[in-house]
Write a protein that binds this ligand. Structure first.
Ligand code: SF4
Ligand code: SF4
Length: 219
């Protein structure tokens, strides 16, 4: 377990709902769920969920911290917004699911080989290198995620696709040399850094507020 995770276990001992409310995007909505099941019934990923949203929200309230944060379920959300448009309590379900996934990643306890997580990290690293996505390098990185042998097999299997994209001018082999960059890479990095600082400050502020609330409630 990571240090960050141990700190949170210590800080929110036996109160996973408070931890989610303080640290997860839109987490303070979880307590509003009335367990009607409309979200689970509306979700196109229904057959593939380990735990659908309704169940995740019940597990949070039941304190099942490890089961929730190490689950693959939140990573399965495709952001189709079916659930949000139908929830009678108007919970921002999609945002909570992504917020939980992001929080698990921040704590270092998200499932390591989860496909969405791996893709997201590769996409982010690729984007941040030049401020725009280098599609050739991203494709190669994804093909070779599971090693050289599997990468070569994947590349050979997709030869027709690659040639088709090249002929349609959707793939430029010269991008392998670095590709285009935005004009102000350092400006973009400064902007992202500032956004991360604001987010960290927001989370710390929420945590401080919750801690104060907890202490007051315990008196
Ligand atoms: S539709 Fe809304 S209220 Fe119903 S179970 Fe899902 S999140 Fe809860
Ligand atoms: S937004 Fe996510 S959780 Fe909601 S219905 Fe779509 S896939 Fe399911």
């Amino acid at each position: 377990m990571s240090d960050a995770n141990n700190q949170m276990v210590e800080k929110y001992r036996n109160n996973f709902l408070k931890e989610v409310e303080a640290n997860v995007e839109e987490g303070d909505w979880v307590k509003m769920c009335m367990q009607c099941g409309v979200c689970a019934g509306s979700c196109p990923m229904g057959p593939y969920w380990e735990h659908p949203p309704q169940e995740i929200f019940m597990m949070i309230r039941a304190g099942k911290r490890e089961e929730v944060l190490t689950s693959e379920s939140m990573w399965m959300c495709t952001s189709c917004y079916n659930c949000i448009s139908r929830c009678p309590r108007e919970l921002p379900i999609t945002h909570i699911m992504h917020g939980l996934a992001h929080y698990a990643k921040r704590l270092g306890i998200a499932p390591k080989n989860q496909a969405t997580l791996r893709f997201s990290q590769k996409f982010w690293d690729n984007l941040m290198a030049n401020g725009r996505v280098n599609e050739l390098k991203l494709g190669i990185a994804l093909y070779f995620l599971d090693g050289i042998v599997q990468g070569v097999k994947n590349a050979l299997a997709a030869t027709g696709l690659g040639l088709g994209m090249y002929k349609a001018k959707r793939l430029n082999p010269m991008e392998i040399l670095g590709g285009h960059s935005i004009k102000d890479r350092s400006g973009l990095k400064a902007m992202i850094k500032k956004a991360q600082e604001i987010e960290e400050a927001r989370i710390s502020g929420n945590s401080a507020g919750n801690s104060a609330g907890n202490s007051a409630g315990n008196k």
